[in-house]
Design a protein. Structure first.
Length: 234
């Protein structure tokens, strides 16, 4: 994996000039339309590095926003409420089109969830609640999947557990981190979608890890909602 140089003011100023000269626009266009360019990362200069990173992070931002838009009916319950999308200009020229798309920094403002990571439930909740809390995390994954989302970066740290007096268990699970997701529309058909969902094994990324971590306090029962394609076993 390519290692990027630490930020310096000189790198930033060189990148700004690269943007103003049209180099960033040309480089990103080539990068997105020529797969060979991405394989040449070790030969890039620092301005090209900066352009790549900006483009990559912009893609992650757009994906996360699209996920929250898709999950509107789950916001404020299973996922945080999306409060606003923001863009911070990097410097004065960021206000000028078309260079703004290569300078500004985009982000999202989310509802604050006061709680603790799913991985820490043994320190914060009674043992008899562990099964239901972990099962709720997996159920949230299922509901998100039902809305046509495949998450390539499911981790136990992606879940926050908060106290909830109205919940039967006394706790509510909320999922975060959706920058590395794909969408149902990007797959050829239902078999293709189901196969990749099975290969990614989102629920296993939670169930198997928590079962091992809680040492008998949680028993994972695989749902088998998705089936791996036959060629996967060849």
């Amino acid at each position: 994996m390519k290692k990027f140089s630490p930020w310096t003011s000189d790198i930033e100023m060189d990148y700004h000039q690269f943007v103003l000269d049209g180099g960033a626009s040309k480089f990103i266009n080539e990068l997105n339309n020529n797969g060979d360019i991405a394989q040449q990362g070790e030969t890039w200069n620092t301005s090209q590095d900066e352009a790549y990173l900006h483009d990559r992070l912009s893609d992650l931002y757009e994906t996360e926003v699209q996920v929250y838009d898709t999950l509107k009916d789950m916001q404020g319950n299973d996922v945080p409420q999306l409060l606003a999308c923001v863009k911070m200009p990097g410097f004065s020229l960021a206000e000028l089109d078309p260079v703004s798309q290569y300078i500004g920094v985009s982000g999202i403002l989310l509802q604050y969830i006061e709680g603790f990571p799913l991985t820490d439930i043994a320190d914060h909740t009674p043992r008899e609640r562990w099964q239901s809390i972990c099962e709720e995390a997996i159920q949230i994954l299922h509901r998100i999947g039902d809305r046509g989302i495949l998450n390539e970066d499911v981790k136990t740290r992606s879940f926050i557990v908060k106290k909830a007096t109205r919940a039967e268990s006394g706790y509510k699970v909320v999922m975060i981190d959706f920058a590395l997701c794909n969408f149902r529309k990007d797959y050829a058909d239902d078999d293709d979608w189901s196969g990749w969902k099975a290969i990614q094994d989102e629920e296993g990324a939670v169930g198997l890890i928590m079962q091992d971590r809680l040492e008998g306090g949680f028993v994972y029962r695989r749902s088998n909602r998705y089936k791996k394609p036959a060629h996967y076993y060849e």
